[in-house]
Design a protein around this ligand. Structure first.
Ligand code: MG
Length: 295
């Protein structure tokens, strides 16, 4: 069987015919937020409905990293290597310090509680950017059902701790990622997740003082929606979709797909040399080796 679909001949060189999509961990309800820790040779990921973060070590297996996890969703690492997490249950973004203590990065805006932070990235200046859709407070499945106090925005917390809503015209912002040069910010809108409409990724130009402009639709994902996304060192965008991971060129055209048997929620590069792609998809985590290198 083929693990790929090629739409642009250049994609053929990104993948290898003898590198399978392999299930590396399974038995969860809805996995999300993969993040690679090279120094510890392990992958962390969230099993949101089961309120836990798991740790997978190659050749060893999977164990519980943190439970309860406050229904953690997306994760990333900052420039000091610390874990930065979105938590639905506590409606906040946190950082786990090297000694294990938890620092709250953001839990409110203008006196109102955040909804349920979903995905997070750290820019080169140390600022933390995150999306805040309402999925984690809609039901008790991925958090706790609660009243929504704020619209669904994207926020930036600068290194001083000052928080600003930087994108306020989204239905439900979700995955977000900078281009390698940080001149562009991609943000997925999954506001129509429960319909059959195509879902899109918007691209913003990043100017002086991190000011955003533009924001046109960069690419529409079909089938499914773009939830989590990552970029490789050449600026190709790797996006989650219902049928797998879609690779989208910097000009917006679909280059190819990695086919995954379950709906993909998120992905990250990792492993030796960051040539592996780890994919969280519904009840399982998958991995594939690529002839690409991730950021
Ligand atoms: Mg997400």
């Amino acid at each position: 069987m083929s693990f790929f679909e090629v739409f642009d001949p250049a994609f053929q060189s990104f993948v290898m015919g003898n590198a399978p999509v392999k299930e590396i961990s399974s038995g969860y309800d809805w996995v999300e937020g993969p993040v690679w820790f090279g120094g510890m040779n392990c992958l962390l990921f969230s099993d949101i409905p089961n309120n836990r973060i798991l740790r997978w070590i190659p050749g060893v297996g999977t164990s519980i990293f943190r439970a309860p996890s406050n229904f953690a969703n997306g994760h990333t690492r900052d420039w000091q290597g610390r874990l930065v997490s979105c938590e639905h249950g506590t409606r906040r973004v946190t950082r786990t310090e090297h000694d294990g203590t938890i620092t709250v990065i953001a839990d409110s805006y203008e006196g109102k509680r955040l909804n349920s932070p979903n995905d997070v990235i750290v820019a080169s200046d140390g600022a933390i950017w995150f999306s805040d859709p309402h999925y984690g407070i809609m039901t008790d499945y991925e958090g706790q059902k609660a009243e929504q106090e704020l619209p669904c925005h994207v926020y930036r917390v600068d290194p001083s701790g000052d928080i600003r809503a930087v994108l306020t015209d989204f239905n439900c912002p979700n995955g977000l990622v900078f281009s390698p040069d940080e001149k562009r910010l991609y943000v997925a809108d999954t506001g129509r997740m429960f319909t059959d409409d195509p879902q899109h990724i918007r691209a913003f130009d990043v100017g002086a003082d991190w000011r955003l402009s533009g924001g046109d639709v960069f690419h529409s994902i079909n089938p499914g929606c773009a939830d989590g996304m990552r970029v490789d060192t050449d600026g190709n965008l790797w996006s989650s979709a219902r049928d797998g991971v879609h690779c989208i060129a910097p000009d917006g055209h679909l280059m190819g797909k990695i086919l995954v048997p379950q709906t993909v929620s998120n992905l990250c590069f990792g492993g030796r040399g960051k040539h592996q792609l780890f994919i969280t998809a519904t009840t399982s985590v998958y991995a594939i080796s690529l002839n690409r290198k991730g950021i």
